[in-house]
Design a protein around this ligand. Structure first.
Ligand code: SF4
Length: 168
């Protein structure tokens, strides 16, 4: 499940920490209409396949007001996939800078969180500290429902425990 910090992705006790919502002013701004620019930063392509499935008729994230856009100038935030290899750091930073404030950052997949299966490569820079991540979505790749669940929790449109954790 998606979390607000990278540390919360690690669950040694098995206790899952569900993502908390953005603060009230941000929810008022973004809760009904969220435009996201995808930044593919050294990915195998698996994470994007699942992300773009969110726009099909099965998952249809547009019904929640969430859509991908072509330009960061039109976006409320960015979605980062891939390990962020050294050659992509500048492009990522420039894309982030082009998104008007206030903006959010969502890191999708094991590669974005830790380098994933490529974590020992010298080519990896990781997400720069100058880009604060608001939501970490785990998986290799994450299921579209995991992404949707995290997004809706971040926007304050879904709360409570994960259904799998409910008693009986
Ligand atoms: S997390 Fe997995 S699916 Fe996503 S880019 Fe990395 S290797 Fe590919």
């Amino acid at each position: 499940m998606a979390t607000r910090t990278r540390e919360q992705l690690i669950t040694p006790s098995g206790e899952v920490e569900l993502a908390q919502a953005l603060d009230q002013p941000m929810r008022r701004l973004l809760g009904r209409s969220l435009r996201l620019r995808s930044v593919v930063a050294g990915s195998c392509g698996g994470c994007e396949s699942e992300l773009f499935a969110l726009s099909n008729v099965v998952f249809d994230m547009a019904r929640f007001g969430v859509e991908f856009v072509a330009s960061p100038r039109h976006a409320d935030g960015i979605v980062i996939t891939g390990v962020v290899n050294r050659n992509m750091v500048e492009a990522l930073e420039r894309t982030y800078a082009a998104v008007p404030d206030p903006r959010i950052v969502i890191a999708v997949g094991a590669c974005a969180a830790s380098g994933g299966p490529f974590r020992d490569s010298d080519a990896i820079a990781g997400i720069p500290a100058s880009i604060p991540v608001d939501l970490w979505i785990p998986g290799c790749p994450p299921h579209p429902l995991t992404v949707l669940d995290g997004l809706l929790r971040l926007l304050g449109r879904l709360d409570g425990r994960h259904p799998a954790a409910a008693p009986g």
